[in-house]
Design a protein around this ligand. Structure first.
Ligand code: SF4
Length: 481
């Protein structure tokens, strides 16, 4: 029987794991050059030829002109790309996408930043690959791992109040809103975030927002063991500022809360939001209160490619620092065809640090959600990449490459307990005791698993998975021409 291997399309570049001694020469030879960043000229898009700089800087204009479907993309791009590209997009939206399409003009403008975006350039573009997915990106034979699931991190199982995940002993994640100004194809919260797609009927919060946020605050007041609150979503940029500020003011009154991190990809996707007068003034008030109370207030953003660090993004980041935020940090996601090389990661980290004052913090292995195999990397490749970037950046700005292991939490890629490369199964243990272990003491000694993408496995490993295919799904997919 034919066992499909790595996809051979030039646009999909799967790479299996190799020992360090076999690492390609180019991986070891990175030459740093300071590069001045430039805002791409949006007038290269036919639909925006007459958009003024004042309109472009206006967050409301950006939100009102988001691209949400094929028709709107045609209005912006016209004949720059052919019908085949639009058909590829429409097929993806109908059959594969786990996230709706939502692209602020600023995001679209970072694709093919220095040329007219024809179809070939657009297909090859790293930002396009994850923000504007098309059907031909997906792996033809192994689109999903058999163990891929919605809510692959089981966050909802660990809710202590609706939207409040308490997984680690001293930290919580507060999902204060379930929408974003932009939707990323690989979103790990695809179960909850954004409108439903033809493939995914999204979970909806049951409580009214005001009651949900009040419940979170009640829990934190009653749980002094929690000192660190990640205020996330969705994207906090989609919570009206007065409501976000009111929530933060309440958080800052809780004596035990010592760190607050605001999660917003919009700092890079819609920097105009964070440059708005109301938001900047409000952030200065909140940061002032945090400083008086000795609380660390930080903004965490999500940038995956160096070309996304534009002057507007740098201005927004520096505006947050000037408002008194202690740090702006980046949490990217490792993805094939986006940033899976030493050069791509270092270019991104230097652009963040040198041009925008953003600290590279984490790169995550892509979580095991459906239809994302073409993005995911094998753990062994992530280990190689971590090794390859050591020694170039200041220690405090050298990002850790981590696997967010279901139930176990974030683990550095070299912390793996055991790794079966043939079957692509890594085994991980927990080093902490959180609420899950208190409820189930046996959980502390358990080993948790993460799986490499099947197309990166040796043939013997792929044969194993096909033989173990109880549902018949893999056999059916691999039998397709
Ligand atoms: S911004 Fe974050 S929460 Fe929103 S779609 Fe992207 S990854 Fe998901």
């Amino acid at each position: 029987m034919l066992v499909p291997g790595p996809a051979t399309s030039g646009r999909c570049r799967p790479r299996g794991g190799r020992p360090d001694s076999e690492m390609p020469e180019d991986v070891r030879r990175y030459e740093y050059r300071y590069r001045e960043i430039v805002e791409p000229d949006w007038r290269r898009f036919p639909g925006w030829w007459n958009v003024t700089p004042a309109q472009w800087r206006d967050a409301q204009w950006q939100r009102a002109h988001c691209v949400k479907n094929e028709r709107q993309l045609r209005e912006v791009m016209g004949n720059l790309v052919d019908d085949a590209f639009y058909a590829d997009l429409a097929t993806d939206q109908a059959r594969h996408a786990t996230m709706s399409l939502l692209l602020p003009p600023h995001v679209l403008n970072t694709m093919v930043p220095d040329a007219a975006p024809d179809a070939d350039r657009l297909y090859a573009d790293p930002v396009r690959r994850y923000m504007l997915p098309v059907a031909s990106d997906r792996h033809p034979h192994w689109p999903s791992h058999p163990y891929a699931t919605r809510d692959s991190l089981h966050e909802a199982e660990m809710w202590v109040r609706e939207g409040l995940t308490h997984r680690y002993p001293t930290k919580v994640l507060a999902e204060v809103v379930s929408t974003c100004p932009q939707y990323c194809g690989h979103c790990t919260r695809m179960d909850l975030v954004g409108p439903s797609t033809p493939q995914v009927d999204k979970y909806r919060f049951a409580l009214r927002p005001v009651d949900r946020l009040a419940g979170m605050l009640d829990y934190l007041r009653a749980t002094p063991g929690v000192r660190d609150v990640v205020v996330s979503g969705g994207d906090v940029a989609n919570l009206p500022w007065p409501r976000l500020e009111a929530f933060l003011d309440q958080l800052l009154k809780i004596e035990s809360v010592r760190d607050i991190r605001l999660a917003s990809k919009a700092l890079a996707g819609l920097p105009q939001h964070w440059l708005g007068t109301e938001v900047r003034a409000g952030m200065a008030r909140v940061a002032g209160t945090a400083a008086r109370r000795g609380v660390g207030l930080a903004v965490h953003t999500h940038v995956n490619a160096a070309q996304q660090v534009t002057p507007l993004v740098a201005e927004a980041s520096r505006a947050m620092l000037a408002a008194g935020v202690r740090d702006v940090r980046n949490q990217g996601v490792l993805m094939r065809g986006v940033n899976d090389s030493q050069a791509a990661l270092l270019d991104l980290c230097f652009a963040l640090r040198d041009s925008a004052g953003i600290t590279p913090y984490y790169f995550y292995l892509c979580d095991m959600i459906p239809n994302c195999e073409h993005w995911r990397l094998a753990l062994s490749r992530a280990q190689e990449l971590q090794d390859s970037i050591m020694g170039y950046l200041p220690g405090f700005a050298t990002p850790r490459l981590v696997c967010d292991v279901p139930y176990a939490g974030k683990r550095w890629v070299h912390q793996v307990d055991r790794y079966d490369r043939e079957l692509g199964i890594s085994y991980w243990t927990k080093s902490f005791r959180g609420p899950v272990e208190e409820a189930d003491p046996g959980a502390a000694d358990r080993r948790y698993e993460y799986y490499d993408p099947l197309d990166t496995l040796p043939e013997s490993g792929r044969r194993h998975w096909l033989a173990d295919d109880r549902s018949g799904l893999l056999s059916e997919l691999t039998a397709r021409p």
